[in-house]
Design a protein around this ligand. Sequence first.
Ligand code: FNR
Length: 391
Amino acid sequence: SSRTSPITVADYRERARKALPAMIWAYVDGGAEDELTLRANVDDFDKWALRSRVLTGNEGQGLSAKVGNTALDLPVFLSPTGMTGLIQWTGERAAARAAERVGTRAVISTASSYTVEEIADATSENHFFQLYPWTSVRTGESLAKKFIDRAHHAGYSALFVTVDVPVTGNREGERKRGMGIPPTLSPSRVLDAARKPRWAYNFLKHQRISSRMLVDERGAAAAVRSAQKQVSLLRPELCWDDLAKIRDLWDGPMYVKGILDPDDAAAAVRLGADGIVVSNHGGRQLDSALSSIEALPAVVDRVGGSGGVPVYLDGGIRRGSDVVKALALGATAVGIGRPYVYGLAVGGEDGVAHVLEIFREEIARTLTLMGVRDIAELDRSHIMRRGASFR
Ligand code: FNR
């Protein structure tokens, strides 16, 4: 299939797998432990069927959505991915440019390979910033204010606070393949990387960029050393009070990413969150956690709907029909992680833009086939559990 040009996310995945060293592929595509949640994120979309009505005369053209005050031309944004420069050296700069080319935005990770300022310089729209409420290795103090101030000054227009990483998930695939900061190299791993010449060339040429993190350029060495153990920056004792403090540091829209439980969603909204991202970090944290699409309806019932806050979802979105299912179950828009990372690995900025175009086309065609003109019309009447009977 790699002889023909890629036309689906699955095609991009296959090509990305071939382009990347096994160590990097484990980082991109792997999940925690037995990858039950990773698989369920994808597979649980199949438990829903879309209802279709014929001869409606409707063409699916209305795809616009909103995150905060930002209008998006399609209900899909780029979820944050860390160290994206390891995958393809153009990293988050290319991803964000691709996003705005198709009328959407990227959420830029605290652990991005480029700084928030560099990404702002490379783009013409305001993107969104994802905060890890890390602690300084040197002073033991929260870095939240420093990160938030930088994102604010660089023009970022919404804050996504990721709350599902009190510790790093048990990603055994990464451990087996020596993925870490720095990687554990062995002759066979070096050989494997050398067999991916394009990746290896770019990696060597742009090494400084690919493994850098926003955390602290001046103290990057210290940050990287601590990240080796991946504990010093993370604080398992982080709690709701910390979220309240973060709320006070940021004037604009704030979303809490990594929520699966409706009670947590309600707590976040009580503390002033402007919305929720239902997510299990792409199956990279708690294995056996609920899949995103499984968790969505109860969160929407609790905090979403009319009069509620927007509820976004990421995890397992691989087709336009997955997006439509999430919207029918009450999501306002969805994020994609791996799908655009595959595009980046294969084709840099153009690859990411193409993946987003694939989603746009698939969503529009799906709507037309269902007899729906605009995503704003989607609700639970458009979806049924497979095996359920008509009421
Ligand atoms: C992530 N994710 C993530 N989330 C976050 O809040 N900060 C981060 O730095 C990262 N880093 C990261 C790296 C990579 C390689 C992946 C694949 C994922 C999680 C991400 O934002 C999102 O929740 C999932 O990727 C969504 O699932 P899918 O679309 O990959 O199935």
